[in-house]
Design a protein around this ligand. Structure first.
Ligand SMILES: *[C@@H]1O[C@H](CO)[C@@H](O)[C@H](O)[C@H]1NC(C)=O
Ligand SMILES: *[C@@H]1O[C@H](CO)[C@@H](O)[C@H](O)[C@H]1NC(C)=O
Ligand SMILES: *[C@@H]1O[C@H](CO)[C@@H](O)[C@H](O)[C@H]1NC(C)=O
Ligand SMILES: *[C@@H]1O[C@H](CO)[C@@H](O)[C@H](O)[C@H]1NC(C)=O
Ligand SMILES: *[C@@H]1O[C@H](CO)[C@@H](O)[C@H](O)[C@H]1NC(C)=O
Ligand SMILES: *[C@@H]1O[C@H](CO)[C@@H](O)[C@H](O)[C@H]1NC(C)=O
Length: 476
């Protein structure tokens, strides 16, 4: 999820001409049924949820019932022209396929573009943060950004669409067409990607969604299989960390955090690495001091830094409290293995991290494998999203001019795993300096309760951070 730059804290009629979505394959029931006509089963192709925990899809003859379990939304999607059904507890009734949609979160926009349904998008929120080149081009003259400074205008824009995709806590006043999505709360890497099916049902794009997800998941499984067979005995320890400088969002008190997000455990383990587990029952461990935080990082080989601030490697070391003399104490600092998921950015500094990798879990796993096992493939293999901060690697800026086909479905940036010949790892090589061999399990670090922000305060801070996210770029 990305909602705008966390500056302080840091989707049926097509209008796209030749590239119109119904001119290509993968859509069913693109036409409305004759008024009051259809009662027979319309949806020959169904999407079945396998990994995602937070949504469900139920098919009936002329309608679908979609549940977003996190937001507790029940959306009734009925084929346009058919009689509107009556479903107990429905939050919204939506005629499909939808031809006019708006989205507030950049990840929702990314899913819609992966379906090739961006020709249905009329309004987007947090538009400066959008990194997709083609969405940037569409935003230049086709898609209107939400008029975020004017509530009346935003209400009008929302109401002019059939569906407004939003996030829990987002602006939804005066709308009856809000649909929440919670891909960013999903606890598995493939579960996040599977939200393509959630967005697909609104466009009757089940065929596209199923095909895309099958391709992503099989490529992902191939990567997992190869990485785990090759590198089982040589698993670097990875921690996903961040520093929050004092601000109004944290009671003006800095904290240092180690992420405990479920999908990160998947990615790390599936990449043939180990995860640092500092779970204390909150969703992440927030340390009160850099000393306590650094202690937890003692055995860590690789840091993935998600701090909201962007900075140089020296600044990270300073924020983390690591002096030059102390560098040798930490495998990650001594070897210079510190990465940030901010390599691909929009002109305005929005991060692609909240777009394409949410959809394409296979490409994301490929990136994590590259970080854990730099020589996994022959030749130079650069991560797509992870930037080598320890070498102050440059960011890659994407603008509208990088778009080649505005209405084409976005492509999976992942390499095809089956064509990669995974290389053996040399435990004595410089890529693995400091890495413990023959250690296969995650490392559980027992936190001292007095060293961390209390569960209640952490939840308050997390709540404030979520609200901050709604106005900003949100790494979580
Ligand atoms: C796409 O569908 C619209 C509305 O049903 C129709 O007007 C248009 O001709 C279709 N385009 C193509 C290329 O089939
Ligand atoms: C909802 O609409 C009413 C009437 O137009 C307006 O007074 C109110 O400000 C709107 N609420 C929000 C939060 O936009
Ligand atoms: C807000 O938008 C409404 C509706 O488009 C418009 O009438 C009004 O003038 C705008 N207000 C400001 C302060 O721009
Ligand atoms: C905020 O900081 C002040 C001063 O350090 C402290 O007294 C107060 O308890 C803190 N509030 C919260 C909600 O942590
Ligand atoms: C992290 O460690 C705790 C304590 O051992 C354990 O209960 C928890 O299941 C672990 N988390 C994961 C995701 O494996
Ligand atoms: C975008 O296009 C510019 C100009 O052609 C190019 O330099 C840049 O590398 C492209 N960005 C990406 C991320 O491909």
């Amino acid at each position: 999820m990305k909602l705008a730059a966390l500056a302080a804290l840091a989707a049926a009629a097509a209008v796209a001409g030749a590239e119109s979505i119904n001119s290509t394959q993968g859509l069913q029931n693109t036409e409305c049924v004759a008024s009051g006509g259809a009662t027979k089963a319309l949806f020959a192709t169904k999407s079945e949820v396998k990994y995602a925990q937070l949504f469900s899809i139920e098919y009936h003859d002329t309608y679908k019932v979609v549940n977003d379990k996190a937001a507790k939304g029940t959306y009734v999607l009925y084929q346009c022209g058919s009689e509107r059904p009556s479903v107990k507890g429905a939050s919204a009734y939506i005629p499909i396929p939808v031809s006019s949609v708006a989205a507030w979160s950049t990840s929702a926009a990314a899913f819609i573009e992966a379906l090739g349904a961006q020709d249905r998008v009329k309004n987007l929120g947090t538009s400066p943060s959008i990194t997709s080149a083609c969405l940037q081009e569409l935003l230049a003259d086709v898609i209107k950004p939400f008029d975020e400074g004017n509530a009346t205008s935003v209400d009008q824009q929302e109401q002019s669409n059939t569906v407004v995709f939003n996030m829990i806590g987002g602006e939804d006043a005066n709308t009856t067409n809000t649909v929440y999505s919670s891909e960013y709360l999903e606890s598995s890497a493939l579960g996040r990607s599977e939200w393509i099916k959630y967005f697909g049902v609104f466009f009757n794009a089940e065929e596209r969604a199923n095909a895309l997800f099958d391709a992503i998941s099989s490529n992902y499984e191939c990567f997992t299989g190869k990485a785990n067979s090759k590198y089982n005995e040589l698993r670097p320890l990875i921690a996903w960390t961040s520093y929050a400088e004092p601000s109004s969002f944290n009671n003006n008190t800095a904290y240092w955090q180690i992420s405990d997000a479920g999908y990160k455990y998947d990615l790390v383990r599936d990449a043939g690495a180990r995860m640092l587990n500092t779970s204390d029952g909150v969703s992440a461990t927030m340390f009160k001091s850099s000393a306590a935080f650094l202690k937890a990082l003692t055995e860590v080989d690789i840091i993935i830094d998600e701090s909201f601030v962007s900075y140089t490697y020296d600044k990270l070391l300073k924020n983390y409290g690591v002096s030059d003399a102390d560098k040798k104490k930490y495998s990650w600092a001594a070897a210079g293995r510190v990465f940030r998921p901010d390599r691909i950015q929009s002109t305005a500094g929005g991060l692609d991290w909240f777009e394409a990798p949410v959809v394409f879990a296979d490409a994301l796993l490929q990136d994590v494998i590259r970080v854990a096992h730099p020589g996994f493939a022959k030749g130079a293999y650069s991560p797509i999203w992870f930037r080598d901060l320890s070498n102050n690697q440059a960011v890659a800026v994407v603008g509208a001019s990088n778009c080649t086909n505005m209405y084409a479905a976005s492509k999976d940036p992942s390499a095809t795993c089956s064509s990669i010949d995974f290389q053996n790892a040399d435990p004595t090589g410089s890529d693995y300096t400091g890495v413990d061999v023959s250690q296969t399990g995650d490392v559980v670090f027992d936190v001292t309760k007095s060293d961390i922000v209390s569960a209640a305060a952490a939840l308050r801070t997390a709540g404030a951070a979520v609200i901050a996210c709604l106005a900003a770029l949100c790494l979580a």
